[in-house]
Ligand binder design. Structure first.
Ligand SMILES: *Cc1c(COP(=O)(O)O)cnc(C)c1O
Length: 337
């Protein structure tokens, strides 16, 4: 990051740390298309163990992880239940229809999660001339509600409502949820058939997500990844950074503390317009009548922020935000127009 600027647009803006770059330079590699990259295998095994699944697959992005999961678990010409503001529904270029041939059935996720009753209602609709449901997708933490975590037991209840149908967990920020609740990632992901996490968000890796699940499902997902052109070769150079990233999970607590401080400064200036007065993880949302005016003020003060919807400004903390950057952002928020 250039001196004098703190970038809070997203937790994807981090640069690889010196430890990551060193691990990348020294990584043992092979052709992953032949299953011969030892560093990729190590990352996949380590991740599967962390989230309590049999196997895992390294993919180039969170979107690819979700799209591969949809192609693997959902049947074309069926409905997939997902939160209306979830990434898979609202932030993936409407890709599900194209890549998996499914229709997304949106349920209310205003509070960051959705209820088993909402799932049951969509399932029941199939008895009334509406499409059958082949998959349910949940997101933890849930970005659009301000990085909120699913309350204890709620994902299990959704899984029970889904019955025999698989449940995919978009856990791009699952480790943030885990750190915020003190629950192990494997416990949080337990109700899900498949789970994906981003290595390239708050954990700071330059590239990559991992998708985990039962061995047979992951083998099918490997084929779907190939179909999407996502097979990679000596990609241990990237997996090596991912392995370093996974050692930094506990550090996410610092991002949460800085987000709390940021939100407190925002409340001083904007009061109830702050959607996340006490953020659960690393996302701060502020409703504003003229976001370009606020963003320009912040930018002039060396603070980059962004928007995720009309009238909704987002600031996200991550590995590259230190206390100096936090202080600059707090001051800029307190003096905002
Ligand atoms: C960022 C994000 C993704 C996509 O990850 P990319 O690596 O940017 O493709 C998927 N789901 C959620 C919840 C995310 O926040």
């Amino acid at each position: 990051m250039s001196a004098g600027v703190v970038d809070l647009r997203s937790d994807t803006v981090t640069r690889p740390t010196p430890a990551m770059r060193q691990a990348m330079a020294e990584a043992e590699v092979g052709d992953d298309g032949y299953g011969e990259d030892p560093t990729v295998r190590e990352l996949e095994e380590r991740f599967a163990e962390l989230v309590g699944k049999e196997a895992a697959l390294f993919v180039c992005s969170g979107v690819m992880a979700n799209q591969v999961a949809l192609r693997t678990l959902a049947r074309p010409a069926t409905a997939v239940v997902a939160g209306r503001q979830s990434h898979v529904m609202a932030f993936e270029h409407a890709a599900a229809a194209r890549n998996a041939g499914v229709q997304l059935a949106g349920v209310d996720d205003t509070n960051g999660w959705f209820s088993p009753d909402a799932v049951r209602s969509v399932l029941e609709s199939a008895e009334h001339h509406q499409p059958p449901v082949s998959l349910v997708c949940a997101e933890d933490t849930h970005m659009f509600s301000g990085g909120r975590v699913w309350p204890a037991g709620s994902l299990g209840a959704v899984q029970a409502a889904a019955g025999e149908r698989p449940l995919h967990l978009d856990g791009a920020r699952l480790f943030n949820a885990s750190v915020a609740t003190g629950e192990r990632p494997a416990e949080r992901a337990q109700p899900a058939t498949t789970v994906t996490c981003c290595l390239s968000k708050g954990l700071g890796a330059p590239v990559g997500s991992v998708l985990a699940g039962p061995s047979a499902v992951v083998e099918a997902a490997r084929e779907e990844r190939a179909i999407l052109g996502g097979g990679m070769r000596q990609v241990g150079v990237l997996a090596a950074a991912g392995l370093v990233a996974l050692r930094g999970i506990d550090r996410l607590a610092e991002d949460h503390a800085r987000a709390a401080a940021l939100a407190a400064a925002a409340v001083e200036r904007f009061g109830e317009a702050v959607r996340t007065p006490v953020p659960e993880t690393n996302v701060v949302l502020v409703a504003h009548e003229a976001p370009p005016r606020l963003l320009e003020h912040l930018r002039a003060a060396g603070v980059l922020a962004g928007t995720v919807a009309p009238g909704l400004v987002r600031l996200v903390t991550h590995l590259d935000v230190d206390d100096e950057g936090l202080a600059r952002a707090e001051t800029a928020l307190r003096t905002a127009p």
